[in-house]
Design a protein around this ligand. Structure first.
Ligand SMILES: *[C@@H]1O[C@H](CO)[C@@H](O)[C@H](O)[C@H]1NC(C)=O
Ligand SMILES: *[C@@H]1O[C@H](CO)[C@@H](O)[C@H](O)[C@H]1NC(C)=O
Ligand SMILES: *[C@@H]1O[C@H](CO)[C@@H](O)[C@H](O)[C@H]1NC(C)=O
Ligand SMILES: *[C@@H]1O[C@H](CO)[C@@H](O)[C@H](O)[C@H]1NC(C)=O
Ligand SMILES: *[C@@H]1O[C@H](CO)[C@@H](O)[C@H](O)[C@H]1NC(C)=O
Ligand SMILES: *[C@@H]1O[C@H](CO)[C@@H](O)[C@H](O)[C@H]1NC(C)=O
Ligand SMILES: *[C@@H]1O[C@H](CO)[C@@H](O)[C@H](O)[C@H]1NC(C)=O
Ligand SMILES: *[C@@H]1O[C@H](CO)[C@@H](O)[C@H](O)[C@H]1NC(C)=O
Ligand SMILES: *[C@@H]1O[C@H](CO)[C@@H](O)[C@H](O)[C@H]1NC(C)=O
Ligand SMILES: *[C@@H]1O[C@H](CO)[C@@H](O)[C@H](O)[C@H]1NC(C)=O
Length: 489
């Protein structure tokens, strides 16, 4: 049969079939649904087109004008910088900052582009402004990174004896420093460092991305910090530090020690409205390590942490310790969301640390898909050297948890005090979390004293006293020092 005829036959068949198909109600419905479906698809396609046009318009818009926040205003390019991602701009940063130093202060604008640089030092009364699509890129060759003496409260670099690498952006003994922008980025190219660290190719402790030491009146806001070689943002022995609306990113695994923010021996600090997803703790409050931290004796105190979204697949959303030998007190953590993480919040310490962790309030924590919600651990036995004093026992007391919610949690609470380091005066109020592990003892305690008030789910450990909603004692805690735990959990 010739092709044309075969085609006609098929068409005829189809015509004959159609009326009989339409005669059934079911088929009619199918046809209507098909028509509606096609309409929706067409409409959606247009919507996507509209969205793409919007983005196109957005990106082709002229760049946001940079506000003049401090006078005089300089442009990094005026100092010979080239933002091509290849030219090394260390000298340009140094010249610009030295000019601002001479003028007694000023603003340095870093425009769109990729500005490769080795580490440089800030000066007082500076505003470093990172435009939209500005990237300060740290050179990933350690020969360009200066070595610095160890932090006095740590005795030596955190991972290696002797000196340590400085930070990409560094400051010491400064006053009134602002690092801000239209969400420009500081990128530490950590990948190279993490690999060298894993292969044991580094002779010194890796450097942080931004480290400000012995300084006051610091504001860091509206920027993105990414792929730090080591801790990302490290304020050390500073007063009056505000960190607001920052994004901190590092791979959630394979990026060792990339803590988000490490307030260390700092007084009067706020961390708020930020997003942190890193390869270690989101925030870790510290104050020195064993005998060195005890001798330095500078606590972290008066710190508010609020409105954060944190993800930490390796460690915890917000930690205190394990280096806390100068003491940690008066900390408020509120409106914290921790998602897809190993732990929600953690306090970690051990014999040898000395110091204290006290007056800590956690309010309104949301834990989504977190393996262990709240952890207090007193055997974090990692010491700088054998010179630590095993009788230097930390004190852990006056810790309050109010409003703990969420779902997908395996072990909601694990507080392991010990005979030498009991955990005293903890209070839980208003806790209701969805659990994934239906065993009896998933609210785990040992050597802990304190109370639960009102409704608590899951059922709290028996170590704690029980009060009702209006504060009437229902039951005294029994066996405060027993281990109400389930070791296979
Ligand atoms: C800096 O100067 C260059 C060259 O004059 C100019 O193209 C750029 O827009 C300026 N950038 C900022 C952030 O002022
Ligand atoms: C920054 O200043 C500190 C303290 O003076 C110094 O040790 C360090 O080498 C400086 N870093 C750079 C990159 O100049
Ligand atoms: C800032 O940039 C980061 C990284 O590109 C992005 O994830 C974040 O959403 C941005 N923040 C704002 C407020 O635009
Ligand atoms: C580390 O030290 C060894 C032995 O002193 C030396 O051979 C090597 O080059 C050093 N590596 C770095 C990255 O400095
Ligand atoms: C804290 O720092 C900010 C920003 O530099 C400043 O405006 C404020 O006066 C400082 N507050 C105190 C109590 O020193
Ligand atoms: C950060 O600031 C931007 C712009 O001001 C805002 O749109 C965004 O919601 C803020 N992010 C957070 C986490 O507060
Ligand atoms: C605790 O910290 C907050 C926030 O920094 C501060 O306002 C308050 O005065 C501090 N309280 C004590 C007792 O130091
Ligand atoms: C609790 O925190 C969440 C963010 O995790 C926030 O959306 C909510 O408004 C907070 N609730 C209260 C009562 O502040
Ligand atoms: C227990 O801790 C709370 C703060 O969470 C504090 O107000 C209270 O005074 C402490 N009680 C004792 C007996 O120390
Ligand atoms: C539990 O142990 C701590 C110290 O290890 C002790 O101070 C406390 O009195 C003990 N409590 C009870 C009820 O035995």
């Amino acid at each position: 049969m010739p092709d044309s005829l075969r085609f006609q036959t098929r068409r005829l068949d189809y015509k004959r079939l159609l009326p009989s198909l339409l005669s059934s109600h079911q088929t009619l419905l199918t046809v209507i649904w098909t028509a509606v479906f096609i309409l929706v698809v067409v409409w959606q396609t247009n919507a996507v087109d509209r969205l793409l046009t919007y983005h196109h318009r957005r990106f082709s818009q002229p760049p946001k004008p940079i506000p003049k926040l401090r006078h005089p205003v300089f442009n990094l390019t005026d100092f010979g910088a080239v933002g091509d991602g290849v030219s090394l701009n260390t000298k340009a940063f140094e010249r610009a900052i030295s000019e601002i130093h001479k003028r007694g202060g000023g603003q340095l604008n870093v425009g769109p582009g990729v500005w490769l640089t080795a580490p440089f030092n800030l000066t007082s009364h500076i505003t470093l402004f990172l435009a939209e699509n500005a990237v300060i890129l740290g050179i990933d060759d350690e020969n360009y990174w200066p070595l610095m003496p160890p932090l006095p409260s740590y005795g030596y670099g955190r991972e290696r004896r002797g000196p340590r690498y400085g930070s990409l952006i560094h400051g010491q003994n400064l006053k009134d420093v602002v690092i801000t922008g239209h969400n420009g980025t500081i990128d530490g190219q950590g990948k190279t460092w993490w690999e060298k660290y894993r292969k044991n190719l580094l002779n010194h402790t890796r450097g942080p991305l931004v480290q400000i030491m012995w300084s006051r009146d610091i504001v860091i806001s509206h920027i993105t910090l990414q792929d730090s070689p080591f801790w990302t943002l490290h304020p050390y022995d500073c007063q009056n530090v505000t960190i607001t609306n920052v994004t901190i990113l590092a791979p959630s695994s394979g990026a060792p020690n990339t803590d988000g923010i490490d307030p260390d021996s700092c007084d009067n600090m706020v961390i708020e409205d930020s997003y942190i997803s890193v390869g270690d703790d989101g925030v870790a409050i510290k104050s020195g390590w064993d005998q060195y931290g005890i001798a330095y004796g500078r606590p972290s105190t008066n710190i508010v942490i609020r409105n954060l979204i944190v993800r930490s697949m390796i460690s915890a959303g917000v930690s205190i310790g394990s280096e806390m030998s100068g003491g940690v007190s008066n900390i408020t953590v509120e409106n914290l969301l921790v998602w897809n993480s190993k732990r929600g919040i953690r306090i970690k310490t051990s014999a040898g640390r000395g110091g204290y962790v006290r007056h800590i309030a956690y309010q309104n924590l949301t834990l989504e898909n977190v393996r262990v919600g709240i952890v207090i651990k007193t055997d974090y036995n990692e010491h700088p050297d054998n010179g630590y004093d095993p009788n230097a026992l930390p004190v852990i007391e006056d810790i309050r948890f109010t409003g703990i919610h969420g779902q997908g949690i395996r072990i909601p609470v694990r507080i392991y005090g010990s005979r030498e380091i009991p955990v005293r005066n903890v209070t839980f109020r208003d806790m209701l979390v969805g659990i994934t592990y239906k065993k009896k003892h998933i609210f785990q305690c040992s050597y802990v004293q304190g109370r639960v008030i009102g409704k608590i789910f899951p059922v709290p450990c028996e170590n704690l006293d029980t009060y009702d909603d209006v504060g009437r004692l229902v039951r005294l805690g029994v066996s405060q020092n027993s281990s109400d735990t389930d070791y296979d959990a």
